[in-house]
Design a binder for this molecule. Sequence first.
Ligand code: CA
Length: 128
Amino acid sequence: MSVEFIDGQIVTEFVNDSEAFEKWANEKFKALDGDGDGLLSRDELQKRPGKLSSTQFELQSSEEIASLYDALFEKFDVDRSGTIDPQEFMALAKEIMLAKARGIGDSPVCIILQGDSLLMRAVQRCNS
Ligand SMILES: [Ca+2]
């Protein structure tokens, strides 16, 4: 864990770096896919909400999280299979991170980063 300054630009650049972003999304997908069937069920996503989008989700009530997942599945489960496949997950993660980038905006904010988060990757990429 470390404390870093980050701005929206850093996050946007990481998401737009398709190679780095896809690598991250694939690792994340595997970590979330508890039964290893190559698809994320709602249970798998909901069990570890913190893993999907770090602290934001943890600050919300379980009802809010449930309705957030309703909205996510509504939007990203394109084929209405009730599961998220790797392509759908990529689109979902991208949307979340770009929303986060817009939320951060242009002025650097100080945040606490955890080892495997996407923001951490973004910062490492920026510093390297
Ligand atoms: Ca699965």
